[in-house]
Design a protein around this ligand. Sequence first.
Ligand code: PLP
Length: 415
Amino acid sequence: MALADEGLDRAAVLGELEQLSRRDVAWREGRAFSLAYSAGPDVLALAEEAYARFSGANALNTDAFPSLRTMQADVVDTVAGWLHAPPGAAGFMTSGGTESILLAVLGARERARAERGVTAPSMVLPASAHAAFEKAAHYFGVRSVRVPVREDWRADVDAVADAVDDDTVLVVASAPQYPQGVVDPVAPIAALAAERGISCHVDACMGGVTLPYLERLGERLDPWDFRVEGVTSMSVDLHKYGYTAKGASVLLHRSRELRRFHTFVTDNWLGGVYGSSGLQGTKSGGSIAAAWAVMRHLGDAGYLALTRTARAATLALAEAVPAIDGLVLRARPDTTLVAIGAADPTGLDVFAVADELWRHGWYVDKQGPPASLHCTVNAVHDGRIDEFVAVLERAVAVVRAAASEGGAGAYGTIE
Ligand SMILES: *Cc1c(COP(=O)(O)O)cnc(C)c1O
């Protein structure tokens, strides 16, 4: 873009933004089953207002911005309550699930070096654990040892146990894992890690808000959080089911001592002592203030109601999918994620179904293996599942009639 010689006025610029967003998925209207979340226009407006007010404030130094220190501590504390963290647990807000996971891996590597002298670090993770762990492996020189999942897509505890060795710095469980939406058996995985002094991260980026409220709504769940002794760290994304603005996740460690392994301090330059809580230097106050404001506004009752709504929409979709000729459910959803496959993969290309949905303005993830559609159902989909199911059914029929093949798609892109 060549800069205009004279800048445009505010109205013109906002008009251009409006124009640019025309082809974006209409997520506020519930057309996205991926990437974006909404608890309705009032909550969005509050998040935006809080974000705007603090967008220029910088949590790199909370001495200068004590407001952000307070808000961050409040948000972390609320999440600690959801996760049944013990007294003394310590964490930070980060920019998202990826940063939380990067820091958890870094912290585990540093801990193993300090406590066990590990110099060729590796981590053991089910095939289903999020791609962000691969990014951490790549960035921090930790070898990724993936082990297969069971038939029901949950982590295979025996396979994890067999893969752990003296170089293992971290084992991972997910609550739930992203691809098929099922919760791993956290307790036995954490136990085998604890036995050898290895860190255990539970990735609750998706489930960290939903699962506590599902328990309150009477769902029976195996223990998945800090109530499990060997769990050393957990990640929870507030920009997902916390329904706040993008750029908000929490990484929580069981203790302040464990948190110390991921923080960074240097004075080896001409600018004095420089410490930072995570990967970022400058850390926007916007996402912190938005998270704090939305939590204050929704309260416990708000999150309980939103969870009930999202769960009901999830179960409605999960029930409708197998009734559509040609589609199967990959697993009964443990939370709010629905993975859909073709009953006969040679007879139906589900990626072509996704393309057909997108032609009609509905966005779902393409994932695999095995080739599947992935729907992240949230409160915005309340009252919209019937319409989506009808569109999905038509899309399947169109693809079958034309025997079309879908284009490759991705959950994340690099352009
Ligand atoms: C979303 C997600 C992540 C990554 O989080 P980002 O906020 O996209 O960086 C990691 N793990 C799970 C299970 C997720 O759902």
